[in-house]
Design a protein around this ligand. Sequence first.
Ligand code: NAP
Length: 252
Amino acid sequence: MRGTQLFDLKEKIAVVTGASSGLGRGAATLLAAHGVKVVAIGRREKTLTAWSLSTKGETFVLAADLSDRSALADIAGEAAQPFGNPDILINAAGINTRQPADKMTDEYWDLTQNLNVAAPFFLAKALVPGMRSKGWGRIINFASLQSKRAFKNGISYGTSKGAVEQMTRAMAEAWSPDGITANSIAPGFFPTELTESVFSDPELSARNAAQTCIGRNGEIHDMEGPMIFFCSNASNYITGQTLFVDGGYTAK
Ligand SMILES: NC(=O)c1ccc[n+]([C@@H]2O[C@H](COP(=O)([O-])OP(=O)(O)OC[C@H]3O[C@@H](n4cnc5c(N)ncnc54)[C@H](OP(=O)(O)O)[C@@H]3O)[C@@H](O)[C@H]2O)c1
């Protein structure tokens, strides 16, 4: 396969969760620019609609709360309506409620596990039959530094992100025989709504940058290469893996 074909995504159909901000929005914008038809999911309909109107390419907005597990199969069904069965699922929606372990509540625990772990799985489960019928599919999950490391006040988030890494292997085991790969991207520190409390503290932000090998925190465009790679034929023989896009944070 030639270089250009390796990375060609034209006419593919993608569902991107967490598309209303941060890394999910970055992925949705990137894919639309590469000729992918994008179904963008998040709760903030107005924000998504404004994004869709200002984005080149074919996009469709689906406002939905992914923390309600009982709704996920229907949401996946709706996501397949505008353009047909999706080829690519990007599971970027996520939250970090940052409770200390001793103050963790049932409510925040369940919300975190539902949104960060159950939603990616049950959306994938509902979309896999469509991918299987094409003999090709891509599932990209978002793991974290906290898939490997324990951070302060990270008990529920870190648990969920450890689970995402293992779930990615299990997805690969279950679905890659049908041509569907499942991989995770584990970002270092990127400035988004999720990390506002980190980046609003200049000292902490500088410490995080210094912990990387490259010497700076992430920028949204740093995700573009890995995202195209995992979505395209360039990663045909890679599945069940987690790629740390962290400037070498975990190398030190
Ligand atoms: N930024 C980082 O440094 C970093 C580091 C490691 C891992 N990550 C992971 O990367 C992914 C993207 O994070 P981000 O940094 O881009 O965060 P973000 O800007 O806060 O985006 C989170 C997205 O999740 C959506 N979301 C939250 N609750 C939802 C719900 N109940 N139903 C549907 N959608 C919901 C939000 O949309 P609505 O509010 O419109 O629903 C938003 O679009 C997450 O999985 C995160 O854990 C990020």
